[in-house]
Ligand binder design. Sequence first.
Ligand code: NAD
Length: 331
Amino acid sequence: MKIIAYGIRDDERPYLDEWSEEQGIAVKAVGDLLDETTVGLAKGYDGAVVYQQKPYTAAVLDQLAANGVTNLSLRNVGVDNVDANAVKRNGFKVTNVPAYSPAAIAELTVTQLMRLLRRTPTFDRKQAQGDLTWAPDIADELNTMTVGIVATGRIGRAAMQIYRGFGAKVIAYDVFHNPELEKQGIYVDTLDDLYAQADVISLHAPATKENDKMLNDEAFSKMKDGVWILNPARGALIDTDALIRALDSGKVAGAALDVYEDEVGIFNTDFGSFDAIPDERLKNLLKRENVLVTPHVAFYTRTAVKNMVQFALNNNKQLIETGQAENEVAF
Ligand code: NAD
């Protein structure tokens, strides 16, 4: 069995080599992404492992199939950049990695909340200036607060566990009610109920048509004064202009964002200087001490990266050996 893996970063390589050695299966690592210029490299392989934001076009998939490779395993969750018609036409089997480490996202979310509540960005700045005073930067305690979790999927539930460890009261909203959590009576009926009660709003829903810009001017107006907003899910969930207005008015006390509406092409790029970042709205947020932005790194831990690589390789091996895999995606 021979597998080719495209777009392999330096941080992924050790996990790929470890798997290859453990399984005794040859895996060719290619640094370039899968596109029309690199698809020819797949000739003679039984399967391909991939991860990229650029599209898997019909032309590339047709060529990949013509090269005899129809077992395609993505190292990430989303398959929206895969041409569905070309998948069906060529009889591709496609797998994804639906969960690589929910705890990784949950841990960063709560870390950033604690930094906001304890004003650590402000104390860091003051100390660098030789100012070791306390006032006026008095903090807040999470154990006195109600956290409203929007979406109780894998990540929402992982975050919930940590919030409870801090002693916070947790309430939640989801279009689907998890039976275990339902028994605990934590669900509110509507988002408006959650907005009315929550001191902290922790977003863990996927981006869909229904929840596009769900946190807009109207939603912010229904929240408690001084609410804290956490978004490690998808940028599309928040109307950024409305968030800036809510920060300016003090309605929102602060926010921690690992995602941003216009992040594609901006996050994971080195612009060389702060001024060179080509997005004025993002710079507006980055300049605020009560807003913490991270460039979509919640997933970027050793555990999650290892799981993305090795779960995808396991999926690919299963497809090659049996023609099916537990993480197969229906098109
Ligand atoms: P999941 O599929 O386990 O759970 C999603 C939950 O959202 C489900 O319970 C579903 O019922 C609920 N839901 C769907 N639409 C909703 C709506 N309109 N309102 C309320 N609830 C709704 O997903 P997960 O693994 O917990 O991931 C959640 C999201 O986190 C992903 O969709 C992704 O956008 C984001 N994510 C971010 C990173 C990162 O690095 N920042 C990494 C992985 C995932």
